[in-house]
Design a protein around this ligand. Structure first.
Ligand code: ADP
Length: 221
């Protein structure tokens, strides 16, 4: 099963390059690295997948959703089936670790007991259940990214999108985050990771992993 497919996608920006022709396939359970220099179009590809951006041409299919057919009302349903993490973590600074992970469940009206069970399970998966009462500023960068990963996983997404997730981390912490993403992938969640750093792929080979290159808004494999 394909979880994500971009076919002949173009995005135009006024004054920017945008995307000229992007083709990308992520199958169930794969770990795909989208590798290219800064400005190549990586973040734009991820924005297309969570449908914060629409293609000017071509088509984006994510799970059962299609960029040509999805309505604005359906976009939140799509996003609940995706996990997304960023270079700068994007945690809510005035909320505890627990509250950060619980937030998306609470806004969708989940029962308190279910929220607690899911949040503790997600935090245990990233090795941080003992820090659930801490505030983000009390954690290291690597720990903050782990909280962001727990938040991304709390709804059991079929794919985890990661936009340069180790860009703010030192090399040792980076290896820990990569190992965690591999563990999540091994349990069946597809991962699409955008990075300029090809060595993150090269240094930890695995049969589940694949590279798609992007440069000047165009993909090649
Ligand atoms: P990357 O993530 O690989 O660094 P981006 O997807 O951010 O690349 O950007 C791809 C191209 O699109 C760049 O030329 C960038 O300047 C341009 N771009 C991205 N977002 C916008 C925007 N909102 N408005 C105009 N140009 C943009």
């Amino acid at each position: 099963m394909n979880v994500v497919r971009l076919s002949n996608v173009k995005v135009r920006y006024r004054g920017g390059e945008g995307l000229k022709n992007v083709n990308l396939l992520v199958r169930n359970g794969e770990f795909v690295f989208l590798v290219g220099p800064s400005g190549a179009g990586k973040s734009t590809v991820l924005r297309l997948i969570y449908m914060a951006e629409r293609p000017a041409d071509g088509q984006v299919v994510v799970g059962q959703f299609n960029s040509n057919a999805i309505t604005p009302k359906e976009v939140p349903f799509l996003r609940r089936q995706l996990g997304i993490i960023f270079q700068d973590f994007k945690l809510l600074e005035d909320r505890s670790v627990y509250e950060n992970v619980a937030f998306t469940l609470q806004v969708t009206g989940a029962k308190r007991k279910d929220v607690k069970r899911k949040v503790l399970r997600a935090l245990t998966n990233v090795g941080l259940s003992h820090k659930r009462y801490k505030m983000p500023h009390e954690l290291s960068g690597g720990e903050q990214q782990r909280v962001a990963i727990a938040r991304a996983l709390v709804n059991d997404p079929f794919i985890l999108l990661a936009d340069e997730p180790t860009g703010n981390l030192d090399p040792v912490t980076t290896q820990g985050i990569m190992a965690l993403l591999e563990k999540i992938n091994a349990r069946g969640t597809a991962v699409l990771m955008a990075t300029h750093n090809y060595s993150l792929f090269e240094s930890r080979p695995s049969p589940r992993k694949r590279v798609v290159r992007i440069e000047n808004g165009m993909t090649s494999t």
